[in-house]
Every structure is written in structure tokens, then in C-alpha cells.
Design a protein around this ligand. Structure first.
Ligand code: ATP
Ligand code: MN
Length: 432
């Protein structure tokens, strides 16, 4: 969502620090905004794009604290940056031509699918941490929308929350390129509750949800020709060893991936060639030398930022609502019963079943700061685990005496549904 610019949007930009860059064709200007600083970017001349979205000359783009950006140009451009930068340099070492060719190959598959009214390419992007997977997915989607396609982004990275907040897996059909500052328009995503920041938090649930979201995407593809022919781009998390590898296999199988793009890992590429069926096109691609590694702290900060943005909007343009609900108005569940030794499990029940079991929870004070997902399910006859969610609240207080729960919510009272699922993830609202 693009927000109209006003003078106050330039607040906090150090206007004395202006740098002009001439970028030759097929080069990119990379920069990082310093922590707690803001930087304004203007395209002065030529044609340029940020991760696949073309820049317009009539707008200035304001990037927030710690953003890491590359402005690429196919034909040459001039860029002006205003504000405090951690680093800014032009590089000609980019894999963009390879990435463009990859897009072109996928686009050919779409064209064929469209002509034959078949299912379009399902592209799974995998690789270790910090190789630019999310950025590459964005690039593929942006290029596809620029050809008039409606590709679907499937985000399986529960650590970052590219579509919704962390702790979820989600799908979003994309109709136009992402805004370089605000990202994709996420007004109508399909979101499922997972509750943890790593698939490790509940492997069985992770697999159940991947299968579920694949089924829902298949159903949606049946109804819309353009969505069907456009296929999907599946983003994954950087966990590629042991169980993480099994999650990748499960995702490829559930979505019946036609193409698996492996960023910067030969071993993973080889293993997938061994373990996936022959018809799957598995391609090893280089990572961009521009991709910036993120520390644990930065990842945590980024997660927090995503959650804050959910409640307060970009640049704090929304006001979340704080209200109380009676315990009797709602029900709260946790997914997964504590693991029992095999000998204690009821006959015929496997450990796997306990991982996706719904356990009712009576609110206690230790619920404070936890995020709760509000299920779209109207009644408990629906399978809460596999039903998408309407949104999230943060618990800000629990009073067992008066039996009330205080929450921060994106919309005012009353709640549109009544069944909640607890996340392991907590959010401490310092804006209060
Ligand atoms: P994770 O393993 O955490 O999911 P990832 O592999 O998805 O990471 P990205 O999130 O795509 O990696 O990229 C990491 C950071 O590098 C991001 O902040 C992104 O904006 C930045 N980045 C990506 N490509 C470039 C580039 N060519 N130049 C400068 N910065 C870049
Ligand atoms: Mn990522």
C-alpha cells in the first residue's frame, strides 16, 4: 500500500547528507540505512528498479532504519540519496541476468499453461539462511505481474512473516508489483496459525499446514484461469539440514513443484536431485554478493517490527484498539499436547496426533504478552487447526477474579469470532 507523501514524511532525514550516484547499465547501487535513521531516494534520470519494481521519477522513496536496498538498472540511471547511510556503493557483480533468464523460462511455462488451460508453474525457492531467498521470490513475482500475470506467493517462512506476522504461513495472490517501500498489497491474504518462529516448534503441524495451504491453492486455481496459469512462487526458510530438509521435500511434494530453484548450495541441489522425481526441474543459482547477512538480534528486531506494523501500520498510521473481553465470550486453545512416552499414549494413537491436538486453555496471568490468532472457524465443528485466521490480538492483561482478558486488537470491540489459538510468540507493546 503506497501512502501519500506529506512534508512530515521527510521528518528525521538528515538533509545535509546528499549523495548523487551515476549507475551504469547492468550495475546496481546498494545501500544500507543506518539504525534509527531514514533515507530518501530519488530517481533523477534513466530507468531503474528495486527488486523487480520499476521506480518512478515523480516520487521520492523513503526507507526506514536498517533497510538494505539494491537499485538495479538495465540501461543506466542517476540516483540521489539524502540521509545517513551505513554504506552505499555501486557494483557490477550481480546475478540479475541469470535471474531474468530464470524468470523468462518460468514465464514460458506460464504461456504454455495458459494456452492449454493447464496449471501454471509451481516454483519453490530454497537455500540456506541469508542468500536472498525472499528477495528473489519478490523479484520473480514482480516480473510476473509486469507481464500481466497473477502469481501467488506462498510464504512458508514462519520466522519472518513476509505476508502476515511471524508464526504464520500464508498465501497471497499478487496483481501488481510490490511497492519498494511498503511491499506487496496484503489486503486479502490467506493466513494460517502456526505459532512458532521455526518449523522445529511443531514439525507435524508445519507439515499439516503446508498440505492444507496447497489444497486451498489448488482449489483457488480451479476457479480462476489467470491464477491457475500464473502458478505460484513458494518461499521457504533457511533451515536445510536434517528435519529442515524433510520440510523442503514435503513442500515440494505437497505443491507438486515443477521447478525448484536452489540458491547458493551445491549440496542441497544434489540432495534434491536425488530425492525429487525426475520431472522436477532443479536449478542451482548463485546468490547476489549484495545480500546482507542478518544477526540473530536483527532477525528478532525485524520480527518485532512486523508485529508492530500489524497493529500500528507502516509509519504508525493506524491506531490499535484496547478493550476487555469476558472469559465467557471466548475460548482459547493451544495446539499440541505435551509429548507422552509411547507407553502412555491411548491405544492406536501416535505421537504425531498429539502434536496437532487442540488443548483448551483457561487464561492465566502467564498469557500476558502472548499473541493470539483469532480463527475464522464459527464453531468447534470446524477443524480449528486447519482453518485460516481472521487476525491477531496481543494479551495485555488477565484478571482471573473478574474473569476478563485485556487485549490490543486491530479493530474495535466486538470480536468477529470467538475461538483463539495461542502463539509461542510474545509482543511487548512499548507504545502504550
Ligand atoms: P532468510 O534466511 O533470513 O530468510 P533470505 O535468504 O530470504 O534470508 P533476504 O531476506 O532476501 O534473504 O535478504 C537479506 C537482506 O539482504 C535483506 O535485507 C535484503 O533487502 C538484502 N538484499 C538482498 N539482495 C540485495 C542486494 N542485491 N543488494 C543489497 N541488499 C540486498
Ligand atoms: Mn527469507
Amino acid at each position: 500500500m503506497a501512502v501519500a507523501m506529506t512534508a512530515s514524511d521527510e521528518k528525521g532525514i538528515n538533509k545535509d547528507m546528499v549523495q548523487d550516484f551515476k549507475v551504469s547499465k547492468e550495475n546496481e547501487l546498494r545501500f544500507e540505512v543506518e539504525a534509527k535513521e531514514r533515507v530518501k531516494l530519488e530517481l533523477m534520470d534513466g530507468i531503474a528498479e528495486i527488486f523487480g519494481t520499476e521506480l518512478v521519477r515523480t516520487r521520492s522513496y523513503i526507507f526506514e532504519s536498517s533497510s538494505k536496498i539494491a537499485v538495479f538498472t538495465w540501461f543506466g540511471c542517476s540516483i540521489r540519496l539524502t540521509g545517513k547511510l551505513e554504506a552505499a556503493y555501486v557494483s557490477k557483480e550481480t546475478p540479475m541476468t541469470i535471474y531474468l533468464n530464470t524468470h523468462a523460462a518460468v514465464e514460458l511455462m506460464r504461456r504454455k499453461s495458459q494456452a492449454e488451460e493447464l496449471r501454471g508453474p509451481r516454483v519453490l525457492v530454497v537455500g540456506p539462511q541469508d542468500v536472498g531467498k525472499s528477495t528473489f521470490c519478490k523479484l520473480l513475482l514482480n516480473y510476473a505481474t509486469r507481464m500481466g500475470r497473477k502469481p501467488t506467493l506462498i510464504d512458508l517462512d514462519v520466522g519472518q512473516g513476509g505476508i502476515s506476522i511471524p508464526g504464520t504461513i500464508a498465501a497471497l495472490t499478487v496483481e501488481r508489483p510490490s511497492d519498494p517501500v511498503d511491499g506487496f498489497d496484503t489486503k486479502v491474504p490467506l493466513v494460517y496459525h502456526f505459532g512458532h518462529t521455526s518449523p522445529n516448534g511443531n514439525l507435524k503441524l508445519y507439515e499439516v499446514l503446508i498440505s492444507r495451504i496447497a489444497d486451498v491453492f489448488n482449489a483457488k486455481s480451479e476457479c480462476n484461469l489467470n491464477v491457475r496459469a500464473s502458478g505460484c512462487v513458494i518461499n521457504s526458510c533457511g533451515w536445510i539440514k536434517g528435519q529442515g530438509y524433510n520440510c523442503i521435500l514435503h513442500a515440494a511434494q505437497s505443491f507438486e513443484a515443477d521447478v525448484v530453484l536452489v540458491l547458493d548450495n551445491e549440496r542441497l541441489h544434489n540432495d534434491l536431485k536425488r530425492d525429487l522425481p525426475e520431472f522436477v526441474n532443479i536449478v542451482l543459482l548463485p546468490k547476489s554478493p549484495g545480500v546482507v547477512e542478518r544477526s540473530r538480534e536483527l532477525r528478532r528486531d525485524h520480527r518485532e517490527e512486523r508485529i508492530k506494523e500489524y497493529f500500528y501500520g507502516p509509519n504508525k498510521i493506524y491506531f490499535p484498539h484496547a478493550f476487555d473481553v469476558k472469559f465467557s465470550e471466548i475460548s482459547i486453545f493451544k495446539i499440541g499436547a505435551p509429548a507422552l512416552p509411547d507407553s502412555c499414549l491411548p491405544l492406536g494413537m501416535e505421537e504425531d496426533d498429539t502434536q496437532t491436538k487442540l488443548v483448551p486453555v483457561r487464561p492465566q496471568r502467564d498469557l500476558v504478552h502472548h499473541i493470539l490468532s483469532l480463527s475464522m472457524a464459527e464453531s468447534l465443528e470446524e477443524n480449528l487447526v486447519e482453518t485460516n485466521v481472521a487476525g491477531f490480538v496481543v494479551v495485555t492483561g488477565v484478571d482471573p477474579e473478574t474473569e476478563t482478558l485485556s487485549v490490543l486488537a486491530p479493530a474495535p470491540y466486538p470480536l468477529p469470532r470467538r475461538h483463539f489459538l495461542i502463539m509461542d510468540i510474545r509482543f511487548i507493546d512499548i507504545n502504550k
